[in-house]
Ligand binder design. Structure first.
Ligand code: ATP
Ligand code: MN
Ligand code: MN
Length: 296
């Protein structure tokens, strides 16, 4: 096939170049994957300010938040005031196939949407727990910790869906009904983490300082505070291009993150959207969790 093509009106270039040394995948593999699974991908990216991780040829990967000047005018965007850097950032809204293909051609491998949509920037759509394994641990310990979080949520009358991060850990997403503000979601997340830790303090920790974790799984409750988390179905900049992939709670013990890559995922999906299918109904935040979290 020619190295120059066009899809949905988007020029695609240098498709047969490897994405990064050791990737074992070309830009064509990335484009083909994202285009094949575009419906579930666009569903998780829609109307959310988007950061991407790009790998330019011969360079280190970098996270891009602000859209570059050369971005085509048809890429949807929204301005967000960044308090830390005291400037306005133009974030893309990846709402259509053309924008997704444009990003893929820009060597945007990873897709990191925010937890709120442009419709309501102070009401996160999900409570999120990020579970990070200790150095050298197997995936099985993260899975055991994920079950603790699931139990802590259930004790508060809440339920979530789980996905591999595509890297080492997992992410648990609890869909919210949109009534809770960011500060309260962040507080409730801290309370869930603290309760999960108490269920098995030998296995899981909420210690923010790495040296204090003592080989336990880190329950990172800080991602709920208006931040981004890599999207379900997003590839990662890692050998073989693994993807963040939804896993049913009943089969979590039987998978490993390497099962899900740009090569295996389209067939596993086969036109379905397990992330949407596994996601429970949107829920109100448990007031007990919020109150408890504000004391932590
Ligand atoms: P792993 O399974 O290896 O932990 P991960 O994607 O969960 O992979 P984390 O470091 O735990 O990686 O971070 C969780 C999420 O927080 C990421 O998916 C990303 O969206 C966001 N994040 C982390 N570090 C940064 C950063 N430096 N800048 C912006 N966002 C970040
Ligand atoms: Mn993580
Ligand atoms: Mn983390």
């Amino acid at each position: 096939m020619a190295d120059k093509e066009e899809r949905a009106g988007v020029p695609l270039t240098n498709l047969d170049q490897e994405l990064f040394p050791g990737a074992g995948a070309t830009k064509r593999d990335l484009v083909d994957y994202l285009d094949a699974v575009r419906d579930p991908v666009l569903a998780v990216l829609r109307d959310r300010p988007l950061s991407v991780i790009r790998v330019l040829r011969g360079q280190d990967k970098f996270m891009q938040k602000n859209l570059p000047k050369y971005t085509p005018e048809w890429v949807p965007r929204t301005a967000v005031w960044a308090e830390a850097s005291h400037r306005e950032v133009q974030y893309a809204l990846c709402n259509d196939r053309r924008t997704l293909l444009w990003f893929a051609n820009q060597r945007a491998v990873e897709y990191h949407p925010t937890l709120m949509t442009v419709a309501d920037r102070d009401r996160p759509t999900h409570l999120i727990m990020d579970l990070d394994p200790p150095e050298g641990a197997g995936f099985d310990v993260v899975v055991r910790a994920a079950h603790l979080v699931r139990r802590a949520l259930a004790d508060a009358g809440m339920a979530g869906a789980v996905k591999t991060s595509g890297s080492k850990g997992v992410h648990i997403f609890v869909p919210l009904d949109g009534s809770a503000a960011t500060v309260d979601v962040a507080a409730a997340t801290r309370a869930v983490a603290a309760r999960a830790e108490r269920l098995d303090p030998e296995l899981a920790t909420t210690a923010f300082i790495r040296e204090d974790r003592h080989g336990k799984v880190f329950l990172d409750a800080t991602r709920s505070g208006g931040a981004s988390v890599v999207a379900a179905y997003s590839p990662r900049v890692r050998p073989g291009l693994p993807v963040s992939f939804p896993v049913g709670w009943d089969v979590l013990d039987d998978v490993t993150p390497a099962d899900f890559t740009v090569r295996t995922a389209p067939e596993l999906l086969n036109g379905s959207d397990p992330w949407a299918a596994h996601m429970p109904q949107p829920q109100p935040l448990d007031p007990g969790l919020v109150a408890e979290g504000h004391t932590i």
